[in-house]
Design a protein around this ligand. Structure first.
Ligand code: TRP
Ligand code: SF4
Length: 405
């Protein structure tokens, strides 16, 4: 599989094993993972080292959550025949790359990442003025760059980390992509593409570099991806030569946001463990029903006969996720005219959430009964991931002057 799909089409993402997954994870990230696995080569991993950056004083949390999380992924539709599932700490190359990247990462870049201060504020009870926590986004950059992934499906809060990764990659390529005789080697590589493609490449390069045409850059990249007879090194040279930089040893990834609307929690804020407004992916049906039935509504609707305004009601936000146009119309009219009660209004949501969860819960039950199968899936994933990570590190070490004898 890996060889027929270009590495420029690779997807990578991870989650921290810090608790049971909830519907926010499902709608915000997991559904995207499931969709992408059919289109690209996907690597999904358990970020257990990242969990330690905030839970270093309760390491038991990791073992408790790792396998449950993998079961959640599989139950939600991740197919191990399409995607590789692995555990970060079983691929030590992530740590090695993190260390190597740290050599040239300005402290200010890390101090300025907004999640650094935000999370310190939010998790006041913990001392997060640590070296590891400051390095959290850099470790994430290493996670992404070690697979030379081009796409990173994440929630909105993680986009800044992908942005940082792009800057790190750019700095790396700038510092270490400038080999001796680069131009000559690049020109030699252009010739290897054959006359027609070489001419097309040169035209696109000129259009981009002289006229700043960004679609020429895109077309040039696409052209390179389709070249079968270029080796890895030549390909890196030509990506850089196209852009006017050195070799692109570590390509810049892009964040991929879920196209779905934000998943609201029971109180109308974003669904998040720290707001205690979640419904777990595998929450039992009675509890789901209870939580939804007691969830707050427009405070103006004290009595059934009081009209309400869906815009002021967290239940409405759930209709935006779960209901079709007809049902939404029914809510809008029924609420404003007080012809439906809030429990009537909530019932379709209860039904939709239960229907969504039923097959997930069932698959999870089966998986929980075959822990060996789950572990085998992860071992295979770790093996595949390691192979890729080892190849990247060989190049990185060489570029950074560590391949001496
Ligand atoms: N920081 C991410 C989160 O909290 C998890 C993560 C770690 C990650 N490494 C990653 C996500 C690499 C995408 C790519 O959700
Ligand atoms: Fe909210 Fe529906 Fe009640 Fe209106 S009828 S307040 S939208 S729960």
């Amino acid at each position: 599989m890996a060889s027929s799909i270009s590495r420029h089409q690779r997807v990578l993402s991870g989650m921290r094993p810090t608790g049971a997954l909830h519907l926010g994870h499902y709608h915000g990230v997991l559904k995207n993972w499931v969709r992408l696995q059919h289109e690209y080569e996907c690597f999904y991993f358990v970020a257990d080292w990242h969990a330690l950056t905030t839970h270093y004083d309760e390491p038991g949390v990791i073992a408790d959550n790792v396998w449950e999380m993998v079961i959640d992924w599989l139950a939600a539709g991740i197919d191990p025949r399409s995607a590789r599932l692995f555990i970060q700490s079983r691929v030590p190359e992530h740590a090695e790359l993190h260390l190597l990247l740290s050599m040239f990462t300005p402290l200010g870049w890390l101090e300025r990442v907004p999640t650094y201060k935000d999370q310190q504020e939010k998790l006041r009870e913990k001392d997060l003025a640590t070296y590891g926590f400051l390095g959290y986004p850099l470790l994430q950059s290493a996670d992404i760059l070690v697979y030379r992934a081009s796409m990173v499906p994440v929630g909105e809060d993680q986009v800044v980390h992908v942005e940082l990764t792009r800057e790190i990659a750019r700095r790396f390529n700038f510092l270490y992509g400038r080999e001796a005789g680069f131009e000559d080697k690049a020109e030699a590589a252009v010739k290897k593409m054959g006359k027609k493609n070489a001419r097309a490449y040169r035209d696109l390069r000129r259009q981009y570099q002289e006229q700043g045409m960004t679609d020429a850059l895109e077309s040039g990249r696409a052209l390179l991806e389709g070249q079968q007879n270029l080796g890895q090194q030549d390909r890196e040279r030509l990506f850089g030569y196209l852009e006017g930089t050195g070799k692109v040893i570590l390509p810049e990834p892009a964040a991929l946001l879920t196209p779905a609307p934000k998943m609201p929690g029971l109180d109308g804020q974003k669904m998040s463990k720290s707001y205690e407004n979640t419904i777990a992916l595998r929450e039992d049906p009675d509890s789901v029903t209870r939580k939804l039935r007691t969830m707050p509504t427009d405070p103006a609707r004290v009595r059934r006969s009081d009209p309400g305004d869906p815009a002021k009601c967290p239940v409405w936000h759930l209709h935006e996720v779960y209901s079709d146009d007809d049902a939404r119309q029914w809510v809008q009219e029924g609420c404003r005219n007080a012809t439906i009660g809030c429990l009537d209004c909530k019932q379709p949501i209860v039904d939709a959430v239960l229907a969504e969860q039923a097959p997930i819960r069932e698959r999870a039950r089966d998986l929980a009964e075959s822990p060996d199968q789950v572990r085998a899936i992860v071992s295979e994933g770790c093996e595949a991931a390691s192979q890729e990570a080892r190849a990247t590190l060989r190049e990185v070490r060489e570029a950074m002057g560590l391949a001496y004898t």
